[in-house]
Design a binder for this molecule. Structure first.
Ligand code: UPG
Length: 469
């Protein structure tokens, strides 16, 4: 433990960051599993619904907005999509990135209500520079605002054999990793941001993932959150068969508190119950509302560190070189803090508030005409339903490869599903209707020419795609 603390102190990390890491490290050393047996929890049957809140009193909105900050979690790199920069800097539509659309949404709300709702980005050491560079070019006005950037902490990667901090002289930056979005709490505390926001009269913090353009500042939810005087509110969505893997909300029998149970916290014998979406009906969208006074109080009474379950990630110190030593990256999740607050709640929101881009399939749909951008810079489905897209992972898992195979996004507005097998280059002017299967049986890329397709397609033309060579 001393070596960990010394390393963090040498790097200038705050006491709050070090204390939070110590708690994670203790869990690691103690072999804590964080398992939540099915017998310890009750399923949640009914929750308030956003759809029933439309008539809430909006007279105080201008004031409420002036007491609100919108924070986007922007510390992750999107490595699973092959990115080495913030995912929010990916282009989504009309040359605009996630970050551009988010910035425009904030400006739109400010203008409409004449209220200076605050905007905060939680960046990590991996995303700060790129993000600020982009803002300087496109939104210099925002960059000048006080407290725009909350720079999250970094934590030492732990040698899986010795459980000491790893050293990697070839590239010392790789000795560190971001501690997960649960790090928002020590980052807010240790940086003085929390005190500063409260001093500025900010009471309500709306937090969401920057890759979820469905997570707009909803005014009915803001009014509800303020009126109910909740300490913490989680937006949950109804689980479908496709959401079996994500964590679900439950009630702990011992103290009646709401908790999140992730799949990694489920015993093998409880797997069926975990996956039963008719029993455990709700999952976390990671759109979360935090009352800052309650957070300050809760942190104070917990000695500055919320007790969040550890997420232990085993990787190699150089993620691109599997022959380098194995390490543990210790992380926590922001939503798991639901169990730390005395007066926490959850609300069921419609699915459109959850439109995350986790894979290139999601990005492919978002870039197509299946989604449109509104005047308020929000992104909504253009039709009634969202098409399902399954591109061949072998050729489309990484953004640069998908882009090399896409001259222009095909039209998906009248389409139910698209499955693509093999490397297929989409030429400009393709329209998909109904259920489409495109098959290239060879491993040499072939092109799908402009036209309308509504069933199985095998007629492809040879094409050169240098980026895939
Ligand atoms: N992020 C940070 N700092 C970190 C790690 C992540 O800012 O140290 C950001 C990241 O950029 C992204 C967001 O946090 O914007 C979410 O991270 P991501 O890895 O995409 O999501 P998960 O952690 O897998 O899942 C979260 C919740 C889960 C919820 C899901 C909804 O933990 O409960 O179901 O989001 O997408």
């Amino acid at each position: 433990m001393e070596k960990v603390v010394a390393k963090m102190q040498d790097a200038g990390l705050s006491k709050a960051a070090i204390d939070a890491f110590k708690q994670n490290y203790e869990q690691l050393v103690a072999g804590a599993t964080g398992l939540v047996p099915e017998s310890d929890i009750e399923a949640i049957d009914k929750l308030p619904r956003l759809d029933d809140m439309q008539s809430s009193d909006k007279s105080d909105l201008k004031k409420l907005l002036s007491q609100t900050a919108v924070l986007k979690l922007n510390g992750g790199l999107g490595t699973s999509m092959g990115l080495e920069k913030a995912k929010s800097l990916l282009e989504v539509k009309d040359g605009k990135t996630f970050l551009d659309l988010i910035a425009e949404q904030i400006k739109h709300t400010r203008k409409e209500f004449g209220s200076q709702v605050r905007f905060v980005l939680m960046n990590s050491f991996s995303t700060s520079e790129d993000t600020k560079e982009h803002l300087a070019k496109a939104h210099g006005d925002l960059l000048k605002e006080r407290n725009l950037e909350l720079l999250q902490n970094k934590s030492p990667k732990i040698d899986a054999k010795s459980l000491e901090p790893i050293t990697y002289p070839e590239d010392p930056d790789l000795e560190w990793c971001p501690p997960g979005h649960g790090d928002i709490y020590p980052s807010l505390l240790g940086s003085g941001f929390l005190d500063s926001l409260i001093k500025d009269g900010i009471k309500y913090l709306f937090v969401s993932n920057s890759d979820n353009l469905g997570a707009t500042l909803d005014l009915d939810l803001l009014s509800y959150f303020a009126a109910e005087n909740k300490a913490f509110l989680m937006e949950v969505a109804e689980r479908t068969a496709a959401d079996k893997k994500g964590g679900h909300l439950a009630k702990r029998k011992s103290d009646g508190r709401l908790i999140l149970r992730e799949s990694a916290q489920t015993r093998d014998e409880d797997k069926d119950a975990f996956e039963d979406v008719t029993k455990h009906k709700f999952f976390n969208t990671n759109n979360l509302w935090v009352n800052l006074d309650a957070l300050q109080e809760t942190l104070k009474s917990a000695g500055g560190v919320l007790k969040l379950p550890l997420i232990k990630n085993k990787k190699t110190v150089n993620p691109r070189d599997s022959s380098t030593p194995a390490v543990f990256q210790l992380e926590t999740a922001m939503g798991s803090a639901i169990e730390c607050f005395n007066n926490a709640g959850a609300v069921v929101v419609p699915r459109h508030r959850f439109a995350p881009v986790k894979t290139c399939n999601d990005l492919f749909i978002l870039r197509s005409d299946a989604y449109k951008v509104t005047e308020a810079s929000t992104v909504v489905l253009a039709g009634k339903t969202c098409p399902s897209v399954k591109l061949d992972d072998k050729y489309y898992k990484l953004v640069d490869k998908m882009e090399a195979l896409t001259e222009a996004p095909p039209s998906l507005i009248g389409c139910k599903s698209v499955t693509v097998k093999g490397p297929v280059k989409f030429k400009r002017g393709i329209v998909f209707k109904g259920d489409v299967l495109v098959v290239n049986e060879s491993s040499e890329p072939k092109a799908l020419e402009a036209g309308t397709y509504s069933e199985q397609v095998k007629a492809l033309t040879p094409v050169q795609v240098p980026a895939l060579a």
